[in-house]
Design a protein around this ligand. Sequence first.
Ligand SMILES: *Cc1c(COP(=O)(O)O)cnc(C)c1O
Length: 476
Amino acid sequence: MNIKRRTAEPYKIKSVETLSMLSRTEREESLKRAGFNTFLIDSQDVYIDLLTDSGTTAMSDAQWGALMTGDEAYAGSKSWKQLEQAVRDVYGYEYVLPTHQGRGAENILSQLKIKEGDFVPGNMYFTTTRAHQEMNGATFVDIIIDEAHDPSINLPFKGNVDLTKLQALIDRVGANKIPYVCLAVTVNLAGGQPVSMQNMKDVYELCQSYSIDVMLDATRCVENAYFIKEREDGYGDRTIASILKEMLSYSDGCTMSGKKDCLVNIGGFLAMNDEELYIRSRELVVVYEGMPSYGGMAGRDMEAMAIGIREAVDDHYIEHRIGQVRHLGQQLLDAGIPIVQPIGGHAVFLDAKAFLPHLAQEKFPAQALAAALYVDSGVRSMERGIVSAGRDIQTGEHIKPNLELVRLTIPRRVYTNNHMDVVVDSILSLYEKRDWICGLKMVYEPPTLRFFNARFAPLAESGKLIDEENKVKQIS
Ligand SMILES: *Cc1c(COP(=O)(O)O)cnc(C)c1O
């Protein structure tokens, strides 16, 4: 007999947090109070929270234990030494500076390296990273391969840089206008898509020949290492730790959000091999973050992060992490639910345009689907579509992005695969009654970053988001 052996979480549970399980009526009321915006729902009213994987990690018993041994000295803290050593050991960079989170490191790097009129190429942008580059006078240039912008194309390394785009930019503006290449591993906005080792090597070699630095956005670098192990020739037998070290050797430094692949709830760092850049960065850390021996973190936070950095490169941990995202995504794919392919490292994205084809984009299909999912099962997700895209500054019209998505982001070590099954069942059930889900109108629109605080109301005359009783097809 051919038995398919299943695997389970590589940890057992020592402390539990009871989940709140509201009735459907209570969820409807909660959603109404929140203006049909999942960002505005009280977390107490959420059953399974897939809003983000940022800072939502469950710490290990070793990390919780270490909180007690944190050294809160203003200078020369032992906890800082632990963190610095962990970064040197696991990431391989010589110089490390602590920051309160990833964007603190982005601020310092951008200020020091960018001059007015520079260009910063990157494999798709990340919101805060690009904001810091632009605030310092740079123009961001997207050099990711074209396929990354198409949700239906299945490629093993959809986060790769298109080297001809990078070369073309160098030819057009000159290497002296490019302070560094910002390389994200994995690419969050492309759906957690990885970059291959070969591509990292090629980018680094090209940049070296022009004396351009490569600075990584290493936020999800451990997840990227796992995809290399799985998909790239010659890496199948290597440990995640050794793959990660090799990846980072093709760079000059990185910014890091500890809230993702360092397995903590807050923190970050800036690391590099260039001593002069380190000395200048250290000056700015004092101004913006705190002393270079804590950088906005408590001693106990640094202690926990030092341990999280080492735990994250455990082969069993990362295999389960990526496996759990796939456990959710593959079941949806098998059932014919439209999702972004291939399944990435930290989230599964529902294609709301294909899920709710009866809703024009101005009726906010992804917002409506995220709201319907909450009503159906108490699962919280996030809109990544027309609401998040905002309005064109010139014309005042909605920007209509190609992708109209609902993001289901999985926190690290928090939920079991049973929770993922609950999410699958809810989505399948919604898919069956998708014709009865109506669109939304925006009743309050904040002037900036509207997705955080916008409020909506259902378009249907019944005032119901999902009209199951009447089975009225919501034409709009
Ligand atoms: C979260 C994130 C950041 C910013 O990190 P913070 O810790 O939230 O400041 C930068 N880049 C990527 C890809 C991220 O996901």
